[in-house]
Ligand binder design. Structure first.
Ligand code: ARG
Length: 452
């Protein structure tokens, strides 16, 4: 029997069904059902024979899902109903006992928590892979000079290793975020039933232990309404994607003939269909482009959840495609970034030449005046005057005469020419976290320690 007197409209079915994407929850749904069946038997809610029959059928379903032989049917609305239907086909009437003391509402929340936890862990693994690639590349280019930029204008020279390690520390923050996502999945929703709890003496702690949850969700209403952990994953992934997009964008710039600092290996580049000379850094371009897609998923799900009355609403079925696409996109981008970095080649001469531009040493001249007692703000003005004089007369700072520089400030003498010598600019930045080799080596040690 059914309370409905006409079949579902095919267009409604199409709108309503989630089987086209939530099949990915299959393995988690099987694990969940195993734990649930064991708990039902342990509490005497079903018999031991029932449990054994259910577990046998669940093993078969797991196998079928793995090898692709699971027989999906046109009427399967979602993975939960498909699996229950299949269990009943395999085990007979006892299959109908599996749904005792549970609802699809606590079931789907639990599957989603399991999926999110697994992929928060996978993200951390992939992030570590990229961090290792960056650390190894930094080690190989420890003392290679390059310009550091602000406003994409040459600002101050740095070591390439220092620049690459900047990404390592961004990714270290991403690791912390994904560890927090794992924490956000730590409380078991199952046992909340549809929303109010269930009419049986269940043991939620047992199910939590079986499924690796640290504890149970305290409130059944919150348990089935909660998708915070999905939003947390999407937020963490959006930030991580943003980091990858900045890395990608820099590699695109560095690969241009104008910069010519770097060249990605052939395995990470494409040619042009019409211009035989072209080698395009497509992987880097796509890293740049994928980030807003992940951020879009966060914004979209935030929009779905905001102002949504408690408890479960079908709106929440939308969590899946946003999460699944974000997971796929992020995991692909992290793997691609690591592979691309491992094979990248830098042009030592080009970078050193760009870093030898003298104007970036203007700060060093200002600091010389500071050491001679002038307040920094005034030094800034003096050096700006020197820069203007050099630029206006088409000369470098070193080409200004002693008389000219002393006209700007009496405090300047021959040491002015000393601080403008290229070698000093980087090694004098010896403050903690700075670009001097000693400080970069410290960073490398800490990064290696973090990666174990
Ligand atoms: N496919 C549904 C989802 O993903 C499962 C939960 C359905 N629950 C319900 N009360 N209709 O959200």
């Amino acid at each position: 029997m059914s309370r409905f007197s006409e079949p579902q409209h095919p267009v409604f079915q199409q709108l309503n069904a989630s089987i086209g994407f939530d099949w990915r929850l299959g393995p988690y749904d099987v694990d969940l059902s195993r734990a649930h069946a064991k708990m039902l038997a342990a509490q005497g809610i079903i018999g031991q024979d029932d449990r054994d029959a259910l577990l046998r059928a669940l093993d078969s379903v797991e196998q079928e899902l793995q090898d692709g032989s699971f027989p999906f049917e046109p009427d399967d609305e979602d993975i939960h109903m498909a699996i229950e239907r299949r269990i009943t086909q395999l085990a007979g009437r006892v299959g109908g006992k599996l749904h005792t003391a549970r609802s699809r509402n606590d079931q789907v929340a639990t599957d989603m928590a399991l999926f999110t936890r697994a992929h928060a862990q996978a993200a951390q693994e992939a992030i570590r892979g990229l961090m290792r690639a960056l650390v190894a590349t930094a080690e190989r280019h420890l003392d290679w000079r390059m310009p550091g930029y602000t406003h994409l204008q040459r600002a101050q020279p740095v070591y390439l290793s220092h620049h690459l390690l900047a990404y390592v520390w961004m990714l270290a923050r991403d690791l912390e975020k994904f560890a927090a996502v794992e924490q956000a999945t730590a409380r078991l929703p199952l046992g909340a039933g549809a929303l109010a709890g269930v009419n049986f003496d269940t043991d939620r702690q047992l199910v939590a232990r079986e499924l690796g949850f640290a504890g149970v969700a305290e409130n059944s209403i919150d348990a089935v309404s909660n998708r915070d952990f999905v939003l947390d994953y999407l937020a963490a992934a959006a930030t991580c994607g943003t980091h990858l997009s900045r890395l990608g964008a820099e590699i695109v710039l560095w690969s241009s003939s104008e910069f010519a600092f770097a060249e990605v290996s052939d395995a990470w580049a494409s040619g042009s269909s019409i211009m035989p000379q072209k080698k395009n850094p497509d992987a880097a371009e796509l890293l740049r482009a994928k980030a807003p897609r992940i951020a879009g998923h966060f914004v979209a799900l935030q929009g779905t959840m905001h102002a949504l009355p408690l408890t479960y609403n079908k709106d929440m079925q939308e969590d899946k495609e946003h999460l699944f696409d974000a997971v796929d996109t992020l995991e692909l981008c992290l793997a691609a970034a690591a592979g691309m970095i491992e094979g990248i080649a830098f042009d030592r001469e080009r970078m050193a030449e760009a870093a030898s531009d003298e104007f970036p040493a203007a700060t060093d001249v200002a600091d010389l005046l500071v050491r001679r007692g002038m307040p920094f703000r005034e030094c800034h003005g003096v050096v700006a005057g020197l820069v203007k004089q050099a630029v206006d007369s088409g000369r470098t700072l070193t080409e200004l005469t002693l008389t000219e520089i002393r006209e700007q400030s009496e405090l300047l003498d021959g040491e002015y020419y000393e601080v403008l010598r290229g070698e000093r600019w980087l090694e004098s930045k010896d403050s903690e976290g700075g670009t001097s080799l000693r400080r970069v080596r410290e960073q490398l040690d800490r990064a290696r320690a973090l990666l174990g």
